[in-house]
Design a protein around this ligand. Structure first.
Ligand code: PLP
Length: 434
């Protein structure tokens, strides 16, 4: 599942001692495992073996240039959602021609940029957007490749903020309007109909909703193939990962001990459920996973500032905060928190694990049991590779954290910690106040 494990008492990423990384680059620092990313990419490929697959890594989950280059080297395209992300693909040496452009509010400038770089397709979310893409393509004298995102009205059974395939979400076109939307697209001479798309949500832990959605859209995909010669069906992303006990899930023994119906969704189960539904269509299948690809491939390292013992409550105050990793504050999400140095002679401690920001919401975990750690000692937030650094902010004038990539026994800083000077570089005091 991932390459974070203890070697003796010390937590390692692949063959690298994480304490050494913290010593060199300070904390808070994100550390990513290239080996884990490659494994997940290959497991997804193998899980749906037999299909004509194109994996477009959903780069919004982690868009560090090194991560993008790693996926580009593995052969992935990208699922991008802004002009900025497109430029990141170019900067990382990735291929825009195997990448798709999603999102509900693409600007004219972004559409133009994507057309100029030969985007594989736009994933269109509404009729007005289709008109805009056609207009920009007309100005450039080209035809814009598109797929329309269909909202299958399926409950993804996940957190409300990451459910996207219900009819009351802002995403996609309802299934009953799909035929009319494609007819309208076919009449636009600067539009080339190329596929059909769905994406029902994130962090799905069961195959059921994927199956339900694919079953709903498959008949439409077959009709579109006959009517317009579409060549692909994008089934989106959303494969969930294990956040609870993710360190242990690196060990097969833990996994095997779970009853089959309690095992989290794997790419193998996902593939077994979907391949029989997709194969008869004879279409290329696009996958756009983000979290599954990088979630368990990253940790956030932090240092303990204080252990504050309160009346009936302990607080472990660390140097990472909600600005570095917002998921617990934003989605009430769980991250496993472990010491970098395990010491069986220490007692267990129950504490709220909090950052230094002036908000009660700056809390990573409540009443969490963890080995007693003191000032200056190091901890890791596990499974922080997806929606971690990319959602970070500079709240409380805290610079952006550093990022490090590990491969085997090699590691390198792939994003330097932001300095105070960089943080304020674009601000100024206006003349009328001087
Ligand atoms: C966010 C998103 C994804 C990736 O979701 P994950 O849960 O990270 O796999 C894929 N496709 C679209 C359209 C998205 O918005």
């Amino acid at each position: 599942m991932h390459h974070f494990h203890y070697v003796g008492p010390d937590l390692h990423c692949e063959s690298v001692d994480l304490a050494a990384v913290a010593k060199l680059y300070g904390t808070p620092t994100y550390v990513y495992s290239a080996g884990t990313m490659a494994d997940h990419y290959h497991r997804l490929q193998q899980g749906l073996a037999g299909l004509d697959l194109q994996i477009c890594y959903a780069m919004k989950a982690n868009s560090n240039l090194a991560v993008l280059r790693h996926y580009a080297n593995l052969g992935a395209g990208f699922d991008l959602v802004s002009g900025g992300e497109l430029r990141r693909v170019l900067a990382a040496g990735g291929n825009v021609r195997t990448s798709v452009f999603a999102g509900v509010g693409k600007t004219e400038a972004e559409i133009k940029l994507a057309l100029e770089h030969g985007i594989y397709a736009f994933h269109v979310e509404s009729e007005p957007e289709l008109a805009r893409i056609s207009h920009v393509a007309g100005q450039l004298g080209v035809r814009a490749p598109i797929a329309i995102r269909i909202n299958p009205d399926v409950d993804a059974l996940t957190h409300a903020k990451v459910t996207t395939g219900k009819s009351d979400n802002k995403f996609g076109i309802p299934l009953r309007h799909a035929a009319a939307a494609y007819e309208a697209a076919a009449k636009l001479k600067n539009i080339e109909i190329k596929g059909v798309q769905m994406h029902i949500g994130s962090q799905l832990t069961e195959a059921g909703p994927f199956v339900e959605a694919v079953k709903k859209i498959a008949p439409l995909a077959a009709q579109l193939k006959t009517a317009y010669g579409i060549t692909y069906f994008s089934i989106g992303g959303g494969l969930g990962i294990v956040y609870q006990d993710s360190l242990a899930s690196g060990q097969p023994a833990w996994w095997d001990a779970l009853p089959a119906d309690r095992r989290p969704l794997t790419p193998e189960t996902y593939g077994q459920a979907l391949t029989p539904l997709l194969a008869p269509l004879g279409l290329k299948v696009l996958l756009e996973h983000g979290r599954f690809m990088v979630g368990n491939a990253g940790v956030l390292l932090a240092r303990v500032e204080h252990l504050k013992r309160g009346a009936g409550k302990n607080f472990l105050i660390v140097d990472a905060a909600m600005n570095d990793l917002v998921r617990p504050a934003m989605y009430d999400s769980y991250h496993e928190i472990v010491p970098l140095h395990r010491d069986s002679s220490r007692r267990a401690l129950t504490a709220d694990i909090v950052g230094p920001i002036c908000e009660s919401g700056d809390c990573f975990a409540k009443d969490r049991k963890i080995q007693e750690v003191g000032e200056g000692e190091l901890i890791a937030f596990m499974s922080a590779g997806a929606y971690g650094y990319v959602m970070a902010s500079r709240y409380n004038t805290r610079g952006m954290a550093a990022e490090v990539l590990v491969q085997g026994s090699m590691f390198e800083l792939v994003n330097a910690r932001e300095t105070f000077e960089q943080l304020i570089a674009h601000e100024k005091v206006p003349a009328f106040l001087q």
